[in-house]
Design a binder for this molecule. Structure first.
Ligand SMILES: C[S@@+](CC[C@H](N)C(=O)[O-])C[C@H]1O[C@@H](n2cnc3c(N)ncnc32)[C@H](O)[C@@H]1O
Length: 231
């Protein structure tokens, strides 16, 4: 069975903690996070939709949600879908918890750690959509092995995704888009949906911008939006 396994020793993220949390965010981390955190010491429920207290027809996964604005938007726009968000950066997790509280979102579960642990825990064919939006770019060649979108991760994505499931990847780093496309092509488990340049130059209406994406645009870097389907 495809697992990320030993590659987890190669760190794909930067810092886990930023500035000191406000009293409100610390309360959210102490009180709201524990019941939302995935219980990974036990097996995943079958079906996986059982993770959510509200009825869910499918389960989506966002890896590296940052401050969680995209995840909260998707959860609000798709109340019949359960979404798992993974993010090791505590301040980002606290920001998502604040959105969950403000918007009374009930269809989100969180893993405040490495998404690859969740990927290894997930049952086969249990996920209908995966978002990897602006993964850490790791621009230096000697750091490329830290890039999240890799042949090994794609193999595990293929294991956990249902046929026809969608994988969305965004990056403003041309070389990252290129290596992702090469890895996807080599995997043979996905097809790239783009038919013309517009398809990767502009996001779909249900693809709201993330914080990182706004910064990239302000700095003159154009995001690339990639959509793949699990065959
Ligand atoms: C450049 S930031 C982008 C954040 C957000 N997606 C956005 O677009 O604003 C990349 C994020 O991915 C997270 N990340 C990197 N490796 C990860 C992993 N293995 N599991 C979960 N999150 C990860 C980092 O902590 C970081 O917050």
């Amino acid at each position: 069975m495809a697992r990320v396994g030993d590659r987890k020793t190669i760190r794909t993220y930067g810092r886990r903690k930023g500035h000191r949390l406000s009293a409100r965010k610390q309360r959210l981390v102490d009180e709201t996070l524990p019941p939302l955190r995935l219980a990974m010491h036990v097996s995943a429920p079958a079906p996986l939709t059982g993770l959510f207290c509200v009825p869910a027809s499918q389960v989506w996964l966002e890896i590296g949600f940052g401050a969680g604005e995209h995840l909260a938007w998707q959860a609000e726009a798709n109340p019949g879908v359960g979404i798992i968000g993974c993010e090791p950066y505590l301040n980002g997790v606290a920001a998502l918890l604040a959105s969950i509280e403000e918007r009374a979102l009930e269809n989100i579960r969180i893993w405040d750690g490495d998404a690859r642990e969740v990927l290894d825990w997930l049952p086969d064919t249990s996920i209908s959509r995966i978002f990897v939006l602006h993964p850490d770019p790791w621009p230096k060649a000697r750091h490329h092995k830290r890039r999240l979108v890799s042949p090994e991760t794609l193999e595990v994505f293929a294991r956990v995704m249902v046929a026809g499931a969608e994988l969305r990847v965004a990056t403003d780093i041309g070389d990252y888009a290129r290596s992702s496309l090469e890895a996807v092509q080599a995997s043979g488990s996905f097809v790239w949906t783009a038919e013309c340049a517009r398809d990767w130059r502009a996001p779909l209406p249900d693809w709201p911008p993330t914080r990182y994406e706004r910064k990239a645009k302000q700095q003159g870097r154009a995001p690339i939006y990639l959509r793949f389907l699990r065959v």
